[in-house]
Design a protein around this ligand. Structure first.
Ligand SMILES: CC(C)(COP(=O)(O)OP(=O)(O)OC[C@H]1O[C@@H](n2cnc3c(N)ncnc32)[C@H](O)[C@@H]1OP(=O)(O)O)[C@@H](O)C(=O)NCCC(=O)NCCS
Length: 176
């Protein structure tokens, strides 16, 4: 079976408390983590990723059940951080999701950020990333990282605009 190698960047940022999440304009609003919202995070993740490059890199992101499984795994991680895990509620349901965990270091790790296609380009992705970074800082963390597929130019630009810088290039091998 053919193997495809996807180039990925690890990007990192120092946290000094200067990054603050914006308040959202009507009709959008922040919804903090609650155990009863796991399915909603999974659904927005699925809607955000299903047509995107990362659903090839991580096939579970292109599948509704895969996203539910992934959300349960993230929730079970010992460093799962409710303060860095947020939903954005839109006019007719949830439109954005982000999850954060504390990794060894300790360092904040952004898991997945997604905005449903109809709601992109309005600053919601950037707001989610800032909200998670604020949550890491509140939890006492002073550095954060994420990994992004190099082809995902809009995401790379977003992270760069927030202040992340590339620290490493990685290759992810995908079968088939
Ligand atoms: C990446 C993603 C979350 C961005 O969400 P968004 O709400 O459209 O992002 P924003 O409107 O907050 O954009 C923030 C910044 O990112 C950059 N950016 C975002 N989309 C861009 C695009 N298509 N082209 C160029 N720059 C872009 C810009 O710097 C922008 O700042 P600006 O509006 O001041 O120019 C969204 O496209 C998405 O959900 N993609 C699919 C899931 C995914 O790949 N997630 C990332 C995994 S690592």
């Amino acid at each position: 079976m053919a193997i495809t190698y996807y180039k990925r960047f690890r990007m990192e940022i120092d946290l000094d408390g200067s990054i603050q999440a914006p308040s959202l304009s009507f009709p959008f609003r922040w919804v903090s983590w609650d155990e009863g919202l796991l399915e909603q995070h999974a659904e927005v993740k699925y809607l955000s990723f299903r047509e995107e490059i990362d659903s090839h890199v991580f096939p579970c992101l292109g599948d509704r059940h895969g996203c539910q499984r992934l959300m349960r795994e993230i929730r079970r991680k010992p460093g799962f951080l409710p303060s860095a895990t947020w939903l954005i509620l839109g006019p007719v349901g949830f439109v954005g999701t982000i999850q954060g965990v504390m990794d060894r270091g300790p360092i904040g790790a952004i898991q997945n950020v997604g905005v449903a296609p109809e709601f992109r380009g309005q600053g919601l992705g950037s707001a989610l990333v800032r909200k998670a970074l604020e949550g890491f800082y509140t939890a006492g963390l002073r550095r954060a990282y994420l990994e992004v597929t190099a082809e995902n130019v809009s995401a790379v630009l977003l992270y760069h605009a927030v202040g992340f810088r590339r620290s490493k290039t990685l290759y992810k091998a995908v079968d088939g």
